[in-house]
Design a protein around this ligand. Structure first.
Ligand SMILES: Cc1ncc(COP(=O)(O)O)c(C=O)c1O
Length: 401
């Protein structure tokens, strides 16, 4: 990967607006994505899939094109199975509420899910009495297949697990999990928010029933996501939102749903977001997802090596670069994570995230108040990493206990 050439594509890097290490929240965007979105607003800012005039037709073609790019990026041959959402959270909610689960049905997740793959299930537990089971991770937050197997029996209707964790960076072997879940007749949902941006993901190979991710974590526009589902699964899933665009025909007393994907995409869509998402996938394809993954690992090896001997610094999760997927979570004795984040910003213009990262059960179960989190992506340089680690060292030595 030509890192300098990649960096030159990002306006905030060209303008020297600071060292951005918050990509697990939302990534920076390259010129190519911004230009594609502007092109929509400047040259064909119409609605897709409805009007038949030439500008609208151009939008419809661009939307179809984006779906085709998506299918090829994720190794499937069914573009209509990619549903545009506003984020991973919306995809996961659509899946959770769409299966029509009943009292006593069992849903298995891991014990360290993001709230987006925890709170909807809690709500279903409180409202209709589904049963929750948690696959327990080890001390470092790594998935334990034996614990997962012990959760499984014929009452399990859904297995819904993260692909990669947003605190520890640990990944779940989703293909193996899917195989086991399918043996018990369960449907499999994967929260791919952190994985889709950082590694090659082949959805045909994984074979999960639903896979959700966010475009804004992978160079795409804010508030754009995707829910992929196998055709036969989507056919039996109830849409979360109904209205314009989701129906074939509605009379005073009947409604027929539109075919997939339209039935899940209610109302006018975020067309510039869809077009920007395609541009982001094109950009990542050019770099190659294997190279993206390797760059994350290289930067993480540097972080871990540079900070190895800092007194009072504790890493949350494993200290093995290849297990972290570009996410470095840590605490410093005597300091609150928000203070670490503010000091990094004021001392060296370094932007990280702090707090519980919407992974409350993970922190509460380990009696940790939260953590600072630096997360890397393709545009971060080794020099930026050195500034980050030098500043962390200074903070620990000056302000830590
Ligand atoms: C693992 C994981 N799942 C789900 C989400 C939710 O993503 P979004 O806010 O884009 O819906 C995030 C966001 O950080 C995440 O890291």
């Amino acid at each position: 990967m030509d890192m300098e050439s990649v960096r030159s594509d990002f306006p905030t890097i060209r303008k020297n607006l600071g060292i951005y290490l918050d990509s697990a929240c939302q990534s920076l965007r390259p010129d190519q994505v911004i230009q594609a979105m502007n092109d929509y607003y400047e040259n064909f800012p119409a609605c897709g899939g409805r009007s038949v005039h030439s500008m609208a037709t151009k939008v419809s073609v661009a939307v179809d094109d984006a779906r085709e790019t998506m299918a090829s990026f994720f190794g499937t041959d069914d573009p209509e199975c990619y549903i545009f959402t506003k984020n991973t959270t919306e995809g996961l909610n659509t899946a959770a509420y769409g299966f029509g689960l009943k009292k006593g049905d069992v849903v298995v997740t891991t014990d360290s899910e993001h709230n987006s793959n925890h709170v909807p299930w809690m709500h279903l537990k409180d409202c209709i009495g589904i049963e929750r089971r948690f696959s327990r991770s080890n001390k470092e937050g790594e998935f334990d297949i034996e614990s997962f197997k012990s959760c499984m029996d014929r009452r399990v209707k859904v297995v819904s697990v993260q692909h990669t964790n947003n605190v520890t960076g640990c990944s779940v072997p989703v293909k193996a999990v899917t195989e086991i879940a399918h043996d018990y007749g369960a449907t499999v949902i994967i929260d791919g928010a952190q994985a889709a941006a950082h590694r090659p993901v082949n959805l045909k190979d994984i074979d999960a029933d639903i896979y959700c991710f966010s475009s804004h974590k992978m160079l795409g526009p804010s508030g754009m996501g995707v829910m992929y589902g196998k055709k036969e699964v989507l056919e039996n899933l109830r849409p979360l939102t109904l209205g314009g665009g989701t129906v074939g025909l509605a009379t005073y007393d009947s409604v027929t749903l539109a075919p997939i994907p339209d039935r899940f995409e209610a109302g006018l869509l975020n067309y510039s977001g869809i077009i920007g998402t395609k541009a982001a996938l094109d950009y990542l394809s050019k770099i190659g997802m294997d190279n993206v993954k390797e760059w994350d690992n290289e930067l993480m090896r540097r972080i871990l090596g540079n900070l190895e001997d800092v007194k009072g610094l504790h890493i949350v999760g494993p200290d093995v670069a290849e297990k972290r997927s570009g996410v470095f979570s840590f605490n410093i004795d005597g300091l609150v994570s928000h203070d670490i984040a503010m000091m990094l910003d004021s001392m060296a213009g370094i932007m990280i995230r702090s707090g519980m990262h919407c992974a409350h059960p993970f922190y509460v179960s380990r009696a940790i108040d939260g953590s600072a989190r630096a997360s890397t992506y393709i545009y971060n340089s080794p020099e930026e990493i050195d500034i980050f680690t030098d500043t962390v060292r200074k903070i620990a030595e000056t302000f830590g206990e």
